[in-house]
Design a protein around this ligand. Structure first.
Ligand SMILES: Cc1cc2nc3c(=O)[nH]c(=O)nc-3n(C[C@H](O)[C@H](O)[C@H](O)COP(=O)(O)OP(=O)(O)OC[C@H]3O[C@@H](n4cnc5c(N)ncnc54)[C@H](O)[C@@H]3O)c2cc1C
Length: 414
């Protein structure tokens, strides 16, 4: 049996960032995953480090959009009918948290964490030799419908309040930024301070290599074996049992598999999402991620090609893959960008781990000494991985966290 200062369960971007921050502070750390490092949700995302986030994605308030989703015509969302009865309570809580005044409150509460997102990645990238993955070229959002653009007023007002620069662009100005786009949209917004990465898996692997260089240990094991052993936590791994006084749960969409066993019940659901890769036609290319806002998908240039990622699908985490949103959105993508042939033969499916108030949980588990939670990063786990890692490490080592952790505590669900 091995003894260590801290166990981190889950080696996605969140767990790896936590493990690295703990190792940087001189703790002996064992990182446990049953699969390869960074190969699950943290592999397939759209690669955006969205330090500009103001409002989280909200429950649709437009009856037309709801009807389109209900009749399975929407490209931005899908659902499994058989799953609806199970997800209704969560959807009701999500809808309540999507009221305009609640969204403003959320924007205010999450700002300090998001404000550190890009800088915390840059710090880890510098020491992990991963700066070549980083693109500080911002994020472009295009709007086909002038009404959608006109509804952005409250977001722009808050951006000004938070000191976040943005540029509302005419179609022609947006085309100077991204000349390969076709002018099928009426307006655009450029967010210059967002960043993106060309390979999310490469970033996570670079961070874990740095963790290893600092003496960190990564082992294969099943987090569900975690149990109390005296006054410590013990997990069974392929290398034998590992004990530690501190244990961090960073299992992303699988967190409830362990937490339910430990008696910790939290309203964690998943919004599933898919990606496919394509070549661009001829010399066409992109310098940054582009959101086709009214169609609800993203196109991002990646090392593997142009990655198209979908919006939310409400279905059981382990239900079979149903990538029907691609049938609805591909005609829109072809209108916007000259896509070439597909470069992968399998559609990737991932699950965004989401709380209804769109805030992650970062902090102590209730009533379980030495157990910490870093889960529910929803649409922004890549963005927030390093900031979360720093915050948890600061709390565990008794430093003052760089921002107030209270908005991320589990107590809000009590
Ligand atoms: C389509 C899509 C697009 C997205 N785009 C973006 C984006 O542009 N920017 C952004 O910031 N975020 C984005 N996200 C969200 C982001 O990818 C997630 O929030 C983030 O990856 C979650 O990271 P994690 O470390 O919490 O979870 P994961 O990466 O899923 O890591 C959890 C780990 O736990 C392990 N695990 C699970 N169960 C066990 C067990 N029993 N025992 C041992 N190990 C276990 C898994 O193998 C896994 O490695 C996107 C998500 C999707 C689906």
């Amino acid at each position: 049996m091995a003894r260590t200062d801290a166990i981190v369960l889950g080696a996605g971007i969140v767990g790896v960032s936590i493990a690295l921050h703990l190792a940087k502070r001189g703790l002996s750390v064992t990182l446990v995953d049953r699969a390869g490092v960074g190969e699950q949700t943290s592999y397939g995302n759209a690669g955006i480090i969205e330090g500009n986030t103001i409002f989280p994605p909200a429950f649709p308030s437009d009856p037309g959009a709801l009807l389109r989703i209900a009749f399975k015509r929407a490209s931005e969302a899908n659902y499994h009918l058989s799953f609806l009865p199970r997800i209704v309570p969560w959807l009701m809580a999500f809808r309540a948290a999507s009221q305009p005044e609640r969204l403003v409150e959320t924007a205010r509460l999450i700002r300090p964490l998001f404000a550190r997102a890009v800088a915390e990645h840059e710090a880890l990238m510098a020491e992990a030799g991963a700066t070549h993955y980083m693109r500080k070229t911002g994020w472009l959002k295009v709007y086909r419908d002038k009404k959608t653009f006109a509804a952005l007023g409250p977001e722009f007002d808050l951006a000004v309040k938070f000191g976040l620069p943005l540029k509302a662009l005419k179609t022609s100005d947006a085309l100077t930024l991204e000349p390969s786009l076709n002018p099928v949209f009426a307006q655009a917004v450029f967010w210059p301070q967002a960043a993106s990465v060309s390979n999310p898996l490469g970033v996570t692997r670079a961070y874990v290599a740095r963790f290893t260089a600092l003496g960190g240990v990564t082992v294969v094991g099943d987090a569900r074996s975690l149990h109390r052993a005296g006054n410590r936590w013990r997990v069974e791994t392929n290398e034998g049992a590992v004990d530690a006084a501190q244990c961090v749960v960073a299992l992303g969409p699988w967190a409830s598999d362990l937490l339910n066993r430990l008696g910790v019940k939290l309203p964690l659901a998943v919004k599933r999402g898919y990606h496919r890769h394509f070549r661009a036609q001829g010399n066409a290319g992109l310098s940054r991620p582009v959101l086709d806002a009214d169609a609800g998908y993203l196109i991002t240039p990646m090392e593997q090609g142009i990655r198209i990622t979908t919006g939310a699908e409400f279905a059981a985490r382990d239900a079979k893959s149903t990538p029907v949103q691609f049938d609805r959105l591909m005609p829109k993508v072809h209108e916007l960008f000259p896509l070439g042939a597909r470069t992968d033969d399998k559609t990737w499916l991932g699950s965004r781990p989401c709380f209804p108030d769109s805030r992650p949980v970062i902090g102590r588990a209730p009533a379980l000494t030495g157990l910490w939670l870093a889960i529910g990063h929803a649409h922004w786990g890549l963005t927030l991985g390093p900031a979360t890692g720093r915050m948890i490490a600061e709390m565990i080592t008794g430093e003052t966290p760089f921002c107030d952790p209270q908005p991320y505590g589990v107590e809000r669900f009590a």
